[in-house]
Write a protein that binds this ligand. Structure first.
Ligand SMILES: CCCCC/C=C\C/C=C\CC/C=C/CC(=O)SCCNC(=O)CCNC(=O)[C@H](O)C(C)(C)COP(=O)(O)OP(=O)(O)OC[C@H]1O[C@@H](n2cnc3c(N)ncnc32)[C@H](O)[C@@H]1OP(=O)(O)O
Length: 292
C-alpha cells in the first residue's frame, strides 16, 4: 500500500520561547513538533488503484467541518487521479461514525452553522456522485450521519453482529433532510424507509442484513476490506465512463435535489436547528451521552 497524499499540514516551527526565572525571553531549540494526525487517512493500493479512506477522529469520528472538508478533498483527489475505487472505513474499533458532530450544531454562531451544513452538502454530493465504485466497510456503529455516509456508497459490508446502523434523527427530535431520505429510499424502498425513519430505528447488523440496509456481514475489519475489494474488482472490465454515467443516471434524483436546492436546504437546516426547543433537545442529548 502506498500513501498518495495526506491532508494534514506539517508545522514549520522548530523553536519555542519560554519565560525564565528572570522573566527574560530565551530561545530554546527543540525537535519539530509532531504534526497532528490527519482526520482522514488515505492509502492507495499500487496494484489495484483502490483507495482505503479511513475516518480518524477519535473517539467516535463525529463529523465536524474540518473532517468533512478533508474527506471532500480526498474524494476530489481520487477523482483527479482517476481512482479505480474507494473503501470508506474507520480507525476506531467500535465506531464507524457517530454521525454529525452535535457540538457543531449546539449554540453555534450562524456563520459556523452555515459553513458546517454547506460543507456537509458538498462532501455528500462528492461522495454520492463519485465516478469510481465506493464501498463502506462499516467496522463499528453507524448512527445518523454515519449511516448516511454508508448509504451514499454503492455497497455496504458491516462487521457484526454487535454494531448497529440507522437514521435515528427522529429519536433526537430532529428531522432527516430530504437527501438523507432519498439515500435510504434508494437502498430500502419507500415502505421500509418510512418505517425506519419515522421511528428513528437503529438496526443491529443481522437485522440490517435481513432488511437490505447492508449487503454483507462479516466478523472483522480485515474481512470487510477483503469483501469490499471483491465488490470493486467486479468493475475491472467495465469501461469507467459507461459506469460513471450509469451511476449518475441511477442517482439523478439525489444529485438533482442537491444541485437545485442547496440554498433552500441550508435555510431549512438553519431554521430548524436554531429553534430554541431543538437546541434544548440537542443539549439534553449531549448531556445524556456524556453521562453514560
Ligand atoms: C421536511 C423538512 C425537513 C427539513 C430538514 C432540514 C434540516 C434538518 C436539520 C437537522 C438535521 C441534522 C441531522 C443530523 C444527523 C446526525 O448525524 S445527528 C448525530 C446523531 N448521532 C447520534 O445519535 C450518535 C450519538 N452517539 C452514540 O450513540 C454513541 O456515542 C456511539 C456512537 C454508539 C458510541 O458509543 P461509545 O460508548 O463508544 O462512545 P460514547 O457515547 O461514550 O461517546 C464518546 C464521546 O463522544 C461524544 N459523542 C458521541 N457522539 C457524538 C456526536 N454525534 N457528536 C458529538 N459528540 C459525540 C460523547 O458525548 C462522548 O463525549 P465525552 O463524554 O466528552 O468523551
Amino acid at each position: 500500500m502506498a500513501v498518495v497524499f495526506r491532508t494534514c499540514k506539517s508545522l514549520s516551527k522548530n523553536a519555542i520561547f519560554t519565560r525564565g526565572i528572570s522573566s527574560s525571553l530565551r530561545l530554546h531549540s527543540q525537535k519539530p513538533p509532531t504534526p497532528p494526525e490527519p482526520l482522514v487517512n488515505v492509502d492507495v493500493d499500487d496494484k489495484s488503484g483502490v483507495a482505503v479512506v479511513t475516518l480518524n477522529r477519535p473517539p467516535v469520528n463525529s463529523l465536524n467541518t474540518p473532517l468533512l472538508s478533508e474527506l471532500k478533498n480526498i474524494i476530489k483527489g481520487l477523482e483527479d487521479n482517476k481512482s479505480r475505487g474507494m473503501i470508506l472505513t474507520s480507525s476506531s474499533e467500535t465506531v464507524f461514525s457517530a454521525g454529525l458532530d452535535l457540538m457543531e450544531m449546539y449554540n453555534a454562531p450562524k456563520d459556523k452553522l452555515s459553513a458546517f451544513w454547506t460543507t456537509l452538502q458538498s462532501t455528500w454530493l462528492a461522495l454520492y456522485r463519485s465516478s469510481f465504485p465506493t464501498v463502506a466497510a462499516i467496522n463499528g456503529h453507524a448512527p445518523a450521519g454515519g449511516c448516511l455516509l454508508s448509504l451514499s456508497c454503492e455497497y455496504r459490508v458491516m462487521v457484526g453482529p454487535k454494531f448497529s446502523i440507522g437514521l435515528n434523527e427522529t429519536q433526537l427530535g430532529i428531522v432527516a433532510p430530504p437527501w438523507f431520505v432519498i439515500c435510504m429510499r434508494d437502498v430500502l424502498g419507500h415502505r421500509q424507509t418510512e418505517m425506519a425513519l419515522t421511528s428513528g430505528r437503529m438496526f443491529s447488523a443481522p437485522e440490517a442484513l435481513k432488511l437490505g440496509l447492508i449487503d454483507a456481514m462479516v466478523t472483522n475489519k480485515a474481512e470487510a476490506i477483503t469483501e469490499a475489494q471483491k465488490f470493486i474488482a467486479q468493475f475491472a472490465k467495465i469501461p469507467p465512463l459507461a459506469r460513471k454515467l450509469t451511476k449518475e443516471s441511477v442517482r439523478q434524483e439525489g444529485i438533482k435535489y442537491m444541485e437545485d436546492n442547496m440554498i433552500d436546504d441550508l435555510q431549512m437546516f438553519m431554521d430548524l436547528v436554531t429553534q430554541e426547543k431543538i437546541q434544548k433537545g440537542i443539549g439534553l442529548y449531549l448531556a445524556s451521552l456524556k453521562k453514560k
